[in-house]
Design a protein around this ligand. Structure first.
Ligand SMILES: [Zn+2]
Length: 92
């Protein structure tokens, strides 16, 4: 199922920056400019596609690193943020 987000793509970009999402390859922080997306036909969408508020086509969101050019999928960035937050909670 495509995940429906109650936010715009700009909101998502800012959320990723605020939560210090980073490139999976070199660790460089993402910026609002390095987070890209493209839309797909509804029948081509899968688990890791997202639907922004008021959009009719699902999107694939990824970061294209300013440093190394590696493309990190959104779900991997979210996983990285979640793992870091859990680690911080354990060390608190
Ligand atoms: Zn990188």
């Amino acid at each position: 199922m495509t995940q429906h987000l109650n936010m715009s793509i700009d909101d998502l970009r800012q959320t990723l920056v605020r939560n210090k999402a980073s490139c999976l390859s070199c660790g460089r922080s993402v910026t609002i400019f390095s987070v890209r997306h493209y839309t797909v036909a509804p029948e081509d969408s899968g688990n890791n596609h997202v639907m922004f508020a008021n959009w009719t086509r699902p999107s694939w969101v990824y970061n294209e690193c300013d440093g190394c050019g590696y493309q990190t999928a959104l779900w991997k960035m979210v996983k990285g943020i979640t793992a870091r937050q859990e680690k911080m909670a354990i060390h608190r």
